[in-house]
Design a protein around this ligand. Sequence first.
Ligand SMILES: [Zn+2]
Length: 427
Amino acid sequence: MKSTTQDLQILEDIFEQFYPVGATSLGGVTRLGYSPEEDEMHAIFRQIAEEEGFQTYVDEVGNTYAANEAGSPSANCEYYLIGSHLDSVVDGGRYDGVAGIIAGLMVMKWLKEQSIQLPLRVVAFRCEESSNFGRCTIGSGLITKRIGKPQVECLTAKDGSSFAQIFKERGLSMDPKKIADVKQYLELHIEQGKVLEEYGMKVGIVTNIAGPRRFNVHIHGEAEHSGATPMNMRSDALCAAAEFILEVERIGKDESHRDSVATVGVIDARPNVLNVTPGEVTLGVDLRGIDDDSLELMEKRMREATRYISAKRHIPFFVEKTSAATPIELDRGMQKKLIECAERLRVTYKVMPSGAGHDAMAFAEITRAAMVFIPCCKGVSHNRGEFTSLESIYDGARVIYEYLKEEGKSYDPGEKREGDRPEDKAG
Ligand SMILES: [Zn+2]
């Protein structure tokens, strides 16, 4: 590590190189997964890494890697992997994902400067955001086999082109060889919430990643003349929806002690006309939590609410479950060590869950995985107003560097690889 001022300058120089890619007239960036803008981001990443003397390569699904000498593919050994993504939502911010890649590059650079021979690779995953194909974490999901060809081959991009065709044109594979030899996975990410800022903490050590359960709730009332239909003769689907929305909020509040949240984020009311009573309403419900029992209870209570509101108002409700993912537990041992590192560096921290999904989910299933959060201004993310200070990226990177430095002390390059990985044990 150089002086803080010098390191912050290097960090800023890296950030500036990514800055203009996909800039929108509104001030944000659009860098959709598997688009030319995302390609450009990956090319810049590759160039920066090569200028630093690191070896780079691209895998079968288009993810880009940079490896230090000890971690190069030819060394053929287990390695530490720091990952994140370089795509964005439409008119999104410049920190979501990018912060993690910059941190990874800084950490790898510091290890090199200190001649620490720890095998490390930094990876930029493709298409973490669901903005282009309606499906998130595609690059990390495919390479870890968390998802497979059946889940992606029918997807369509925002511009109408097919996922399968895009892969074919780029010479990529929807059925790649599973990534191997990842000893541990680490990811730095902006929090995308305002907890760290509210608590005045510099980093978050993540315990779990919430599993979302999503539903469409259809409510079938009657569209009638709003002037000619007396109040006692109506089947107003939007009034029924209003009761249901407040009940979902109550359910979320009741389960907040277990870090669960419940949201109705979508209302589609038809005909949506001033002088007609709302006949049909579809609501989009998002239940999230890190505790399976809590998620189960929230779903049960939500379904009960549809039944009693339906009975009271004589309006049918239909619940359609659109997706469900299990909450992910990150590695407890790694968390403990990261906390020790933050304490040693006097970087204030908060131990916390992640409400948002990340590439780390896929790796937690195949190896030991950990995440470090850094604050973002007012919790704003997936928005062009997103902001994180470079100092925050620096703080988070230092914690990860300190962690790997410690790992380096006990790392034995002669370690056997076979039988050491969770997937080997699981068979
Ligand atoms: Zn992200």
